[in-house]
Design a binder for this molecule. Structure first.
Ligand code: HXC
Length: 516
């Protein structure tokens, strides 16, 4: 063959790879409003930065007539590119090629990409759109999944891993996204479950819909498996890009801080109007967060799940932070099992990747109830304590209003390792709320009182003033300072700047044993 023949042959092979499952199948997907695997990677990466790896890889299956089947790129497009000028490793399963099913070589491509990501220290983004284990490859397909899971675990805490579930993700296959740091799921085409409606019907006799057991809305609000709900592929990719803008490339780098030259120290009196006079009235902590973070700099994680606690990424005077805040508008901000799980996982992610934590506290306690006790609130709540105490990134806590009992500690008090603890003058820090406390402390007096309700109110007011005030905690050295809420943002900003150089050594160990 002449050189030109060889060049033609190379171009023909490239064309076949780019064509995936064929023009007809690709067009069908686009007609349904779905991106193809390559469309997804093109949309993710900065223009002309994608470099494909292993496009020529082919399957090694020899049963069920597979030896005659040519599967371009073996159903998964793999490579590296830049997102906002930073290198990212990504793969996208190609549903047009045998349903994006995973066989031995398909898995090998993913594993190689992940090994390289660990070597180069680049985040991994995975577009999951697959019919699962390739049936014709049997145990080789299962082994392939095993190898991917193993890499997911090896990379955990080394580089950020983001899964976009944008198609089927059934059976054990769903454990790969679950082992990654964040799952973004599209509303229009995706489902994820261990056992789907047919198996559930066969085993339990119960009829359920796909949405009920595996839809994006359910996972975002009920199971908590999904961190971000996306309308479609384009929306999911926008979320990936935004998320990456807060994360370092790997665990040995700092997050992409953009510190402002000077910290604006002026007070923000507008915050005063957001604070109710009555401590029992709910306060929307989202509005408080909006006054603390830089403009347009808050990306809420797990927005629809355990809404009694809010977690998300933001910047304060350019410094990337993870925010954790009780939301008194939902269940009075009380901590329950889901809230503890949600916050603990987020805190641990921030610690893995050197992201400072800002905690806003307004918590009446752990949610009372038989369901919570039997469900293991002790075990779940312990995760939150464990997460904060083991976190060595800078930690700034602001007690806005209530901080009672165990939940005072669980929301990162000084004892749990906070570097700075500030309190608003409205803070109430005590073993329990004033109303509960007076019924225990003054049981006999209240029974003997002419008007027990009035007496209880009077005693509660005295308790609040004397005992639950932030000045008592401050006088015992538990509070760095009591601050005017107008200076919350500047106080946090200044503290973060100072704490960025924090170095904290712990006794060496294999790993701690977080209550699971
Ligand atoms: C090989 C598969 C396949 C599979 C689908 N295909 N699933 N090939 N292995 N698991 C092929 C089809 O034969 C078809 O090939 C093409 O992919 C598209 O599939 P369709 O059925 O035509 O598509 P659609 O109607 O959209 O239905 C998609 C689907 C359905 C709902 C995903 O294909 C399905 O139920 N597949 C089986 C899913 C499954 O049970 N997977 C195993 C899960 S358990 P052609 O040549 O016609 O294009 C698992 C274990 C993992 O994954 C364990 C890890 C520990």
């Amino acid at each position: 063959m002449t050189f030109l023949d060889l060049l033609d042959d190379m171009r023909r092979r490239q064309e076949e790879i780019l064509n995936g499952g064929g023009a007809e199948k690709l067009a069908k997907r686009r007609a349904k409003g779905l991106m193809t695997a390559r469309d997804r990677l093109d949309a993710l990466f900065d223009a002309a930065t994608f470099q494909e790896m292993g496009g020529h890889v082919r399957h090694s299956a020899r049963h069920f007539g597979m030896e005659k089947k040519d599967l371009p790129a073996d159903g998964v497009v793999v490579g590296t590119g830049y997102v906002g000028g930073r290198m990212v490793s990504a793969f996208a399963q190609d549903f047009t090629v045998l349903g994006g099913s995973l066989g031995k070589m398909h898995a090998k491509k993913i594993v190689t990409l992940m090994e390289e990501a660990a070597k180069f220290g680049s985040p991994v983004v995975a577009f999951k759109d697959s019919a699962g284990a390739r049936i014709q490859e049997g145990v080789d397909a299962l082994s392939g999944y095993g190898c991917v899971f193993y890499q997911n675990v090896l990379l955990s805490g080394v580089v950020p891993q983001i899964a976009v579930v944008c198609g089927p993700c059934a059976g054990g296959a769903s454990y790969s996204p679950a082992l990654m740091d964040f799952i973004i799921m599209t509303r229009n085409n995706a489902y994820m479950f261990i056992t789907g409606p047919e198996v559930i019907k066969a085993v339990t006799g119960k009829t359920v819909t796909l949405d009920e057991v595996g839809g994006a809305d359910m996972h975002a609000s009920v199971s908590g498996n999904v961190h971000f709900l996306a309308e479609d592929d384009a929306d999911a990719i926008r979320i990936v890009q935004k998320l990456l803008s807060y994360l370092p490339d790997n665990n040995s780098e700092d997050p992409p801080h953009r510190p402002s030259a000077d910290i604006a120290l002026a007070g923000d009196d507008a915050i005063h109007a957001l604070i109710p006079d009555d401590p029992q009235s709910p306060m929307d902590v989202r509005a408080i967060i909006a006054r603390i973070v830089d403009t347009n700099e808050f990306l809420e994680v797990h927005r629809s799940f355990a809404e009694n606690i809010i977690v998300g990424f933001g910047r304060v005077e350019g410094i990337v932070v993870g925010l954790v805040a009780n939301q008194p508008e939902v269940r009075a901000g009380a901590l329950d099992m889901d809230a503890a799980d949600k916050a603990a996982r987020f805190i641990r992610f921030c610690n893995c990747f050197n992201i400072p934590l800002v905690t806003l506290v307004d918590v009446p306690g752990f949610l009372p109830g038989v369901e919570q006790e039997r469900g293991g609130i002790i075990r779940h709540g312990a995760k939150l304590l464990f997460a904060y105490a083991s976190c060595t990134t800078p930690k700034v806590t602001v007690i806005l209003r209530k901080a009672y009992g165990g939940s005072y500690l669980a929301m990162c008090s000084r004892e749990m390792g906070a570097d700075f603890v500030f309190a608003w003058p409205t803070a109430e820090i005590a073993v329990m709320g004033a109303d509960g406390a007076v019924t225990v402390l003054y049981n006999k007096e209240l029974k003997a009182a002419e008007n027990p309700k009035a007496k209880a109110r009077e005693l509660a007011a005295a308790y609040r003033a004397e005992f639950a005030s932030p000045y008592l905690a401050a006088s015992h050295g538990y509070i760095t300072d009591v601050i005017d809420p107008a200076f919350t943002r500047s106080t946090i900003a200044l503290s973060l700047r100072k704490a960025l150089s924090k170095r904290e050594m712990r006794p060496p160990k294999k790993h701690g044993n977080i209550p699971l």
